[in-house]
Write a protein that binds this ligand. Structure first.
Ligand code: ADP
Ligand code: MG
Length: 348
């Protein structure tokens, strides 16, 4: 086969790890990113720094590659659509458009008879003031949110003035679930009823940011099966190509809810690099580049700890990888509060 060049939009840690996985498969990568300091430039073969709406740069990017994918969902649909006219974009731009909008995403999931949190569209302050029934709840921007950004926990409607909510944005209000646990399921779909699926991962968040992930998740057999079934149904229904992650809530009554879908590789799946024969990143590259599908095999139980902000410093100074312990530094230029700087995976 002639040489494949993969275009990746976004140059954060996920783009970096996709590039690394591609390199091991002898696939060259071009990363396109609007951050000139993006860490992905340390891992790709070529780096293009430009705005996502720069029409000329987009054409230049498309000419350099055979197929295009992305590491995050908040990319203008218009750009993905323009790119898709030049080279295949996978997952399809229409999938990304659906999932990047929390309201459209939740409507889609409910149509599949899959449970989500209770939610309602909020267009202005007057709407919000009538929604006592959804409190305590979390107000979330319909688009552009990640790592808890654009979210306002609301216990009581009396407090909304003090939250300084910007009503130029559109929101949904979600009823707060009394969480027992959060899990995620990662699946890579190669085509009709052809997929590789990882076992459910148990996740712990701190201040709405993922802090810790582990396999096996401590969940019932019923939830183990149901979460995998729902993830596969979602991937099939979207005719998805590549790796996708479904985030779930489990409440104190053992009810399972889909929280959200990530149309991409996911932070909770970093442990797949060391715990499986094929990582979520390699599987994504295999699926979007139409390479061979390899049956998944779990190698070990594992846990992953995110290193956020200055938590990375002691690891940079002291830690070398040990037999069962793997340290990843994303090589981000500046340490910032709440920024994911690296992670540690420990095999059990
Ligand atoms: P993001 O796009 O920032 O990941 P999420 O909707 O996944 O946003 O919310 C981040 C985290 O906040 C969740 O993983 C969960 O811990 C908490 N959270 C969000 N919505 C709810 C909810 N309705 N009930 C309980 N916890 C929630
Ligand atoms: Mg989330």
């Amino acid at each position: 086969m002639s040489e494949i060049k993969l275009g990746i939009i976004g140059g954060g840690q996920l783009g970096s790890m996709l590039s690394k996985a591609a390199k091991e498969l002898n696939i060259k990568t071009v990363i396109y990113c609007d951050d000139k300091d993006a860490p992905g430039q340390n891992f790709c073969d070529e780096f293009i720094y430009a705005k996502y709406l720069d029409k000329n740069k987009i054409v230049e990017f498309a000419k350099k590659v055979n197929v295009i994918t992305y590491e995050f969902e908040n990319i203008p649909f218009e750009s993905l659509n323009d790119l898709n006219k030049l080279k295949p974009v996978l997952p399809k731009p229409s999938v990304n458009r659906l999932i990047q909008h929390r309201l459209a995403e939740k409507d889609f999931i409910n149509k599949l008879n899959i449970r989500t949190t209770r939610y309602v569209h909020v267009e202005n302050k007057e709407d919000l003031l009538t929604l006592n029934d959804f409190c305590p709840g979390i107000l979330k921007t319909t688009t552009m949110g990640y790592d808890g950004k654009g979210q306002y926990p609301i216990t009581n409607l009396k407090e909304i003035d003090s939250l300084k909510i910007n009503f130029n944005n559109e929101y949904i209000l979600e009823k707060l679930v009394k969480l027992k646990k959060e899990i995620s399921v990662i699946v890579t779909r190669f085509g009709n009823n052809r997929y590789e699926i990882y076992e459910p991962i148990e996740n712990t968040h701190e201040e709405q940011i993922l802090k810790h992930s582990k396999i096996p998740a401590e969940i019932s057999k019923k939830i183990f099966e149901q979460s995998k079934e729902w993830a596969i149904l979602i991937a099939e229904e979207l005719k998805y190509i590549g790796t996708l992650c479904v985030e779930f809530f489990i409440d104190r009554n053992e009810n399972l809810y889909v929280n959200e879908i990530a149309p991409r590789v996911h932070n909770s799946g970093h442990l797949t690099i060391n715990a499986y024969n094929v990582s979520q990143f390699e599987n994504h590259v295999r699926a979007v580049c139409s390479l061979e599908q390899i049956p998944l095999k779990k190698i070990a139980n594992a846990e992953m700890i995110n290193l956020i902000g200055d938590q990375i410093i002691p690891y940079r100074e002291n830690l070398k990888n040990k037999d069962n312990q793997f340290f990843f530094d994303y090589l981000k230029k500046d340490i910032k509060e709440k920024r994911k700087m690296g992670h540690l995976t420990i095999l059990k």
